[in-house]
Design a binder for this molecule. Structure first.
Ligand code: DGJ
Length: 314
């Protein structure tokens, strides 16, 4: 059983390593990708290992499919050199090209390179091949997420200007590059602040994005922004968390919203454990809707029971 905040294990009995991750739905399976922060003998705690890939049919039993994007150990100039930064990987399937595309934050240890890494594979489990690192529309990009519309149009959500702006940028049709169509979520109307950890979703033609504030791995207050299209005018609706510890996002930070085919949605978060980052935990919370149609989340230990109890939403 996967209880929020406790240790989660794969079907081989190993700790699941999929931090800052996201889930791709493809061919009747869920594929969960994330930062693999395992400790490797002879390596330091911050060293990169790669992007893990897990597969499940029911969101509960996760088979480890391996390292989908192994890092480089020989060339210090390589963007995937193991002493660099790789965060928040997300994978999309491109129906036009048939390729799996991984987008991720690639950086150098002082975070001044601030790029989006673009990798591609013919298979969901990889191996992915890094094609390029880019600065969308000439801007630096740090924490990031993705959003894919039903019609295949996809967007990158990215923190730019040293985190003082959160932007949404439309991807090209093959998802391998960025168009000139973009907008700002933050600064936004009525509330201007720095945000990280974007997780976007949609319901009945309204778009939402949950973000965190910028306090490193320390928890902070989340915010929910909304617009009538991804490139529309975004407004803040305030903190989407309710109940005990809502002001610190239940000690967690958003990473992705899984939208199930029946309309139910699961907000995925990380509880970062600074003393041992490899033992950071996961929290999944079904998104609820209040009487005014505003989405919110409350803490629950058993996300599976809460999800099963949630009604179909389309
Ligand atoms: C906050 C970000 O949201 C995380 O992805 C990570 O970059 C940490 N900062 C690193 O301190």
């Amino acid at each position: 059983k996967l209880i929020n905040g406790e240790r989660w294990y794969d079907t081989q009995g190993n700790l699941i390593q999929a931090h800052g991750g996201g889930i791709l739905q493809y061919g009747g399976y869920f594929y969960w990708y994330g930062e693999d922060k395992r400790l490797v003998k002879g390596k330091s705690a911050g060293d990169l290992y790669g992007v893990s890939c897990y597969r499940s049919r029911d969101l509960t039993e996760w088979d480890y499919l391996g390292n989908a994007l192994p890092v480089n150990h020989e060339e210090p100039d390589h963007p995937l050199y193991y002493k660099k930064i790789l965060e928040r990987p997300k994978v999309l399937w491109n129906e036009e090209t048939g390729k799996f595309v991984m987008l991720m934050h690639l950086d150098i240890p002082d975070y001044t390179y601030a790029s989006v890494g673009i990798a591609v594979s013919d298979h969901p489990e990889g191996p992915f091949c890094l094609l390029d690192t880019k600065h969308p529309n000439g801007y630096e990009s740090r924490d990031m997420g993705v959003y894919q519309e039903q019609d295949g149009t996809a967007y990158l959500l990215m923190a730019s200007h040293w985190n003082s702006c959160m932007r949404a940028v439309k991807l090209t049709g093959d998802y391998l590059d960025f168009t000139d169509s973009y907008t700002y979520l933050y600064p936004l109307v009525g509330k201007c602040e720095s945000r990280e950890a974007p997780a976007a979703f949609q319901k009945d033609g309204r778009y939402y994005c949950i973000t965190s504030a910028c306090t490193g791995y320390e928890p902070n207050e989340a915010d929910l922004a909304s617009a009538d299209s991804m490139l529309g005018i975004w407004r803040s609706l305030g903190n989407p968390c309710r109940g005990t510890d809502a002001a610190v996002t239940f000690h967690a930070q958003s990473t992705f919203v899984l939208e199930l085919p029946d309309g139910r949605k699961l907000l995925m978060l990380d509880i970062w454990k600074i003393s041992d980052i490899s033992d950071s935990r996961y929290v999944w919370l079904p998104i609820q809707w209040d009487e005014s149609g505003i989405p919110f989340v409350t803490w629950t230990d058993d996300w599976r029971a809460a999800l099963d109890a949630a009604e179909q939403q389309n």
